[in-house]
Write a protein that binds this ligand. Sequence first.
Ligand code: B12
Ligand code: NAG
Ligand code: NAG
Ligand code: NAG
Ligand code: NAG
Ligand code: NAG
Length: 425
Amino acid sequence: MDSTGESGMARAALQLLTLLWAVAGTSTQTRSSCSVPSAEQPLVNGIQVLMEQSVTSSAFPNPSILIAMNLAGAYNTEAQELLTYKLMASNTSDLTTGQLALTIMALTSSCRDPGNRIAILQGQMENWAPPSLDTHASTFYEPSLGILTLCQNNPEKTLPLAARFAKTLLANSSPFNMDTGAMATLALTCMYNKIPVGSEEGYRALFSQVLRNTVENISMRIQDNGIIGNIYSTGLAMQALSVTPERPNKEWDCQKTMDTVLTEIKEGKFHNPMAIAQILPSLKGKTYLDVPHVSCSPGHEVPPTLPNHPSPVPTPAPNITVIYTINNQLRGVELLFNETISVSVKRGSVLLIVLEEAQRKNPKFKFETTMTSWGPVVSSINNIAENVNHRTYWQFLSGQTPLNEGVADYIPFNHEHITANFTQY
Ligand code: B12
Ligand SMILES: *[C@@H]1O[C@H](CO)[C@@H](O)[C@H](O)[C@H]1NC(C)=O
Ligand SMILES: *[C@@H]1O[C@H](CO)[C@@H](O)[C@H](O)[C@H]1NC(C)=O
Ligand SMILES: *[C@@H]1O[C@H](CO)[C@@H](O)[C@H](O)[C@H]1NC(C)=O
Ligand SMILES: *[C@@H]1O[C@H](CO)[C@@H](O)[C@H](O)[C@H]1NC(C)=O
Ligand SMILES: *[C@@H]1O[C@H](CO)[C@@H](O)[C@H](O)[C@H]1NC(C)=O
């Protein structure tokens, strides 16, 4: 037998073993072995503390943070209790499907009974109208959260909903979206693992077909440095690849991904609490599939001792110039414009400061923001507002490249050309 055949057989045997192990199901462990080297552990503790500090009595309660805190083992039990309390008290009718799903997972991870929220979510998912075939893939992000949550609570009742979801996903023709693909993988992996004995074989075939597609698309986007999609989709992608029954066709070096993420943490890419909430589970070897298995016995997490950062001495930063264009060329929208302004801001300012400065200099650059779990979104510029029904929004670009952070996080460089372009998703 030639060596390729032999290694092929060895690989097949290995795949069978990993599959058997996966089916045997120690869901608290990820399969690809990778971990944070002990020398880097303070970095991880550091971002967790930062995330937990964002929980204040005035802040908008963010369920993703409670999930991450509980999966990682919370340090700040006061923050954990406050967030649990606020989510218990929150008005369900104000939430979108995705927010409701995250709230249920958050309460479950805090060992609280989500009450009638599960039934409400079930009803919303039953009424979910599958979008048209060419709808942007990211519209599947919230339904993925819905299926994932219902799967964890009542897989048998979720089966037909998940099947409809999977078929819609299979039929969709729009370009793959990394974060959404990862969330859909988590949802359908949960379903795949819980198909009741005696169910139609068709379910298993359907779910594994969709999982094969998404996992293939995810693995196609593993970069040489290990980043999957972009740095902010990598956390969810790691979760997806570590649980799915379909093996990626491209070998995934989990440790390489982990090491690059740690380097990016060192470089300060993870200061947004929501970004931390989406990377932390993977750094702790956990996934959203572990939510129902969190142990809530208190008092075993020892708060880390962190080095005291000396408060930075304010140095007079020189100003930089940023060129800022607002552009609306969307047909069917009344007010067409293409305006450019040059503004001077202190070096190190976030993009939001540029927008404020532009607005101060010229009222045409008037803008509005809406608060979300990721921070403020620019919802309207020069009286043109985003609209979910039309799927329009203000996209931000540096030159021709879309930014991968929002206006409250992105720090422009000198002479950078930033464009806000009104477009569709
Ligand atoms: C869907 C989606 C969008 C949709 C949201 C509209 C809609 N109704 O669906 C659209 C296409 C409009 C969008 C826009 C942008 N997005 Co977006 N988006 C997502 C995605 C895939 C899912 C969000 C979601 O549904 N969450 C579930 C619900 C339950 O949670 P939620 O908090 O209620 O969701 C709201 C917020 O997430 C908000 N939102 C979406 N994107 C962004 C980005 C920023 C910076 C902020 C503040 C808010 C925000 O819109 C959601 C619906 O209202 C996430 C992926 C992820 N990992 O989270 C990326 C993601 C959040 N987006 C991202 C980015 C960068 C953007 C843009 C800045 C891109 C750009 N170059 O313009 C813009 C925002 C620009 C602006 N005007 O301020 C990044 C954020 C990374 C970071 N560190 O900040 C993510 C993580 C994708 C990625 N991996 O790069 N996005
Ligand atoms: C929740 O909100 C809805 C509408 O947004 C309102 O009718 C209802 O009274 C609210 N319930 C509580 C308990 O505040
Ligand atoms: C992923 O890739 C496959 C083949 O490259 C394609 O058929 C499929 O539609 C893609 N999209 C998704 C969401 O899986
Ligand atoms: C907008 O204006 C800039 C320069 O002011 C120009 O280079 C660009 O082509 C214009 N774009 C559109 C779509 O008109
Ligand atoms: C420097 O930037 C600040 C805003 O960050 C602005 O208020 C100030 O006018 C700028 N100074 C100059 C000389 O342009
Ligand atoms: C800006 O939006 C318009 C309308 O959707 C689109 O045709 C154009 O390609 C966009 N420009 C950039 C640079 O993305």
